[in-house]
Design a binder for this molecule. Sequence first.
Ligand code: ZN
Length: 277
Amino acid sequence: MSALLHLAGMSIKLLVRRTPGFNGGFDEDGERGGAARGEEGNGSSGRQRQSMQPSARGPRAPRIRLAAANCWGGKGGAAMIQIPEYTVEPRVDVAPSTTALLIVDMQNDFVNREGRLCVPGAGNTVPVIAGLLAAARGHGMPVIYTQDWHEPDDPEGALWGLHAEAGTWGAEIVPELAPRAGDLVLRKVRYDGFYGTPLEHELHRRRIDTLIIVGTVSNICVLHTAGSAALRWFRVIVPVDAVSALTEFDQHATFRQIAFLYHGTLVRGSGIVVRAR
Ligand code: ZN
């Protein structure tokens, strides 16, 4: 079947491959026969199908992929989409008593050129983050770090290769942003800084209602942590020049999600003003 989504000036055609026998929740228009189109041009379909084999008794899962429509380049062409608008505020005032600076995964493996999963733009964010760190410390604002932390047999190693290995140089916070006594450093095993950590408890304990979230990778640990914070009703502020991604698309997608979905505030680092109310 096919469905055309209209998203703020952008049209994307979704083709859903329906495996015979599956009768799940993707039958809005009742159209059949999408399977053939869903197979076209997808060189990895065999591997994907393999990975989505259902259990012996369960239904087969539908497979969804994006296909050429409107501004998409067609078969084999580069995809071009229009980025929905988001607003970067010129200035945001925050109160140090109810705001925390959350620094996500600024560790050697992600930031240093010698790191195992270096994000090329991460180094450029260090001075911005350092400026925010100095402002936070100058005003007594809580500073919290997340630290990706994996044992050698961690399942994330199969996804990305072993990184941020427990106890290694790669897992250390970069020296320019090193934690000090009194800062909170939370080791985490997944993208979401709330997952398996006491972050939520520690924020409530400090009467924090607003998070300035910086670090890397924008669309992975930053976005998951920002989303998780917003779902818990924390106000989220993300300085656009203090987060880094592997691609421009990932960066824009992050900002779009934070602004649109999580009602967060985007601002440049220099636009954050810390002052007591
Ligand atoms: Zn990891």
